[in-house]
Design a protein around this ligand. Structure first.
Ligand code: CS2
Ligand code: MN
Length: 358
């Protein structure tokens, strides 16, 4: 397990590289050129700047999250071919600096969605929270209206450029079924996977968060069965998955340790985090400790260990603790605690293995 840590870049993150350096066992940063809109080619000189900065602190930049997919590709519009060509050029440029994994998602319009960014937990810390009934009853046009009334409205993790076009997107997706989305994903993968192979890069799709349809939009990266289908769309080691325990884990039917076992050799990147699911379908993000949430973190790490996992892993989100002011879900403290918990499980499993073989 190669530990990495997401970093949003100089001036764009409250966490600094010297701070990350002091978290045990972190070898690389997970990065992106966040200012570039989806669909543009990532220029080599910009990529090299990141490498130089990371080099100064002894970090590798082998994992990128995300190279976002232009909406026209997901919609299957005729204009998609130009954007796919750009994507291929970005893969080539990333290959030149030694990038090994590109995480991306195939969610229409929205990336992750929550109803509260700072919901208080029993201990006074805060975390990202999802109130099911609120999202289920929300009219997406209400959101469009809110954005129109307040041009400064943003959502963390969302590209402002996309927010401006919400109503157009909702209109366009009315025609797109789940099967259409599958076809559009296949079309995209058939073109880019050969380029990824040549450049020694593994593409790793991130599951949908939450893993069900919202606002009537289709969502397909939601379950074990669907990940199995994804891997068969193009049967290549370069077509893989970012197995995110927090995203998939809010559906109690998703058995994460089982997924790790089944997909082991197609998981180049693991996101490991915990959530607490309530009976009414609400959920809140918790510390990584298994007892704090409903995701079987110990079982997941054990499954990775048993399968000799040599891919990259990151703690994904954390709570906001000790009054840290940070990007929602991306503080330093709780993610660092999460890493120590993951190492704790991992190292003790390693030790037991050594004792057995001695
Ligand atoms: C994050 C995602 O919510 C999460 O679990 O890891 O926002 C992730 O960065 C993107 O979906 C990747 O494209
Ligand atoms: Mn994730």
């Amino acid at each position: 397990m190669k530990m990495v840590f997401r970093w949003y870049g100089e001036g764009n993150d409250t966490v600094t590289l010297p701070q990350i350096k002091q978290i045990p066992g972190v070898e690389g940063i997970v990065w992106a050129l966040h200012d570039l809109p989806a669909g543009e080619v990532w220029p080599l000189d910009r990529i090299l700047e990141v490498r130089q900065l990371a080099d100064q602190h002894g970090f590798h930049i082998e994992v990128v999250e995300s190279v976002n997919i232009h909406e026209d590709i997901k919609l299957g519009l005729p204009t998609r071919d130009g954007y796919i060509d750009n994507y291929k050029k970005t893969i080539e440029n990333l290959g030149k600096v030694g990038v090994k994994v590109i995480c991306y998602n195939f969610m229409p319009v929205f990336d992750w969605i929550r109803t509260d960014l700072f919901k208080e937990l029993e201990d006074g810390s805060t975390a990202l929270f999802y109130e099911k009934v609120k999202v289920d009853s929300m009219d997406p046009m209400e959101l469009v209206g809110k954005i129109a009334a307040n041009p400064d409205f943003t959502m963390p993790g969302w590209e402002p450029a996309r927010l401006k076009h919400l109503s157009r997107f909702f209109e366009a997706y009315k025609q797109v079924t789940e099967e259409d989305l599958w076809n559009n994903l296949q079309y995209f993968l058939e073109q880019i996977i050969p380029v990824a192979e040549i450049n020694d890069i593994k593409m790793a799709v991130h599951p949908d968060d939450p893993p069900w349809s919202i606002f009537g939009l289709p969502r397909i990266m939601t379950s074990q069965e669907n990940i199995r289908r994804l891997l068969k769309l193009v049967d290549s080691p370069s077509n893989g998955v970012t197995l995110c325990s927090g995203s998939l884990g809010v559906n109690p039917n998703n058995n994460l340790p089982d997924m790790v076992r089944e997909f082991a050799d197609r998981i180049p990147f693991a996101h490991i985090r915990n959530v607490r699911l309530y009976e009414n379908g609400d959920f809140i993000e918790t510390s990584h400790r298994a007892a704090d949430g409903t995701v079987d973190i110990c079982g997941i790490v054990k499954a990775y260990h048993e399968n000799g996992f040599t891919g990259y892993a990151r703690p994904d989100h954390g709570r906001h603790i000790w009054n840290e002011q940070c990007r929602p879900g991306y503080g330093l403290y709780d993610r660092a605690l999460g890493i120590m918990y993951l190492w704790g499980i991992w190292d003790s499993l390693e030790r037991s293995k050594q004792e057995v073989t001695l």
